[in-house]
Design a protein around this ligand. Structure first.
Ligand SMILES: [Zn+2]
Length: 267
């Protein structure tokens, strides 16, 4: 699933193609999944933003198009067999592709996310100043849930999904099944710094393209952060921590495949 780095990479590449252009037509055949898109037609794009895993396209007239990439969604500049929505810009065309069809679009009054539950209660952006250590510590301290599940929940911090939760927990040497409220202050600080570091480096690398290759940048290029993964998708391989003799193990936490080092990340 595209997480913060993949969504941010996509947004950054799309923005110059959208800015100042008019969304002449949003062509699709699934009004239940791509909602009220006709309201966006004929309006020009004033800007783009990202919140967590959502791309927000700011339109003239006080409207906003909210795009979620789901499990396999993305944009392409070239025609693609799994195109679900075609963005006609007058002098250009952009294709929204989504083989597994979990992605969604909404057109809403700017900032009115009442119908988008996850976006309404989204936590702070990890690469912004709004992500504060003390608030993060409090968010972890008030829940008995396992730390990985808390990270996936989006309320303690935005945009962290399965890959970057595993990478951040490995980096901070915290077992993914630890109850969040059991983390000591120095562990919370390590996790906080790990999330910021991993997310920053992953955005710089254009995100992660896994062996299923479902995520691509709009120009078709892969991301490169998978080359720096230390835990995710490395089950059975030696741990990269200097001096550690462990091998990365795989388990299931909150229904998601979870990778960790049993030596450096003790229960
Ligand atoms: Zn290790």
């Amino acid at each position: 699933m595209p997480e913060l780095p993949e969504v941010e990479t996509t947004r950054r590449i799309l923005e110059p193609y959208l800015l100042g252009r008019t969304l002449v037509r949003l062509e699709h055949a699934d009004p239940a999944r791509y909602r009220r898109t006709e309201l966006a037609e004929g309006r020009s794009v004033l800007g783009t933003r990202r919140r967590g895993k959502y791309i927000l396209i700011e339109l003239e007239g006080g409207l906003e198009a909210v795009v979620h990439l789901g499990m396999t969604g993305g944009f392409r500049f070239a025609p693609h067999p799994h195109t679900r929505l075609t963005v006609h810009l007058g002098d250009a065309v952009i294709y929204y592709v989504d083989p597994r069809r979990f992605g969604k679009w909404w057109v809403v009054e700017a900032g009115d996310y009442g119908g988008i539950e996850l976006l309404r209660r989204m936590g702070p952006e990890p690469l912004s100043e709004e992500f504060e250590l003390e608030a993060f510590r409090q968010a972890l301290a008030r829940t008995p849930r396992r730390v990985k599940e808390v990270l996936l929940g989006q309320e303690a911090v935005a945009g962290v999904g399965n890959i970057y939760a595993d990478e951040s927990l490995w980096m901070s040497r915290i077992h993914p099944e630890r109850p969040a409220r059991s983390l000591r202050p120095e562990e919370v600080e390590r996790l906080y710094q790990a999330i910021r570091g991993v997310m920053g480096r992953a955005v710089s690398a254009g995100g992660s393209t896994l062996s299923d290759a479902s995520y691509r940048q709009p120009d078709g290029k892969p991301g490169y952060f998978q080359l720096e993964h230390n835990a995710y998708d490395r089950a059975g391989l030696p741990c990269n921590t200097p001096g550690c003799t462990g091998r990365i193990a795989k388990t299931v936490v909150g229904g998601r495949g979870t990778h960790f080092c049993p030596e450096c990340q003790r229960p």
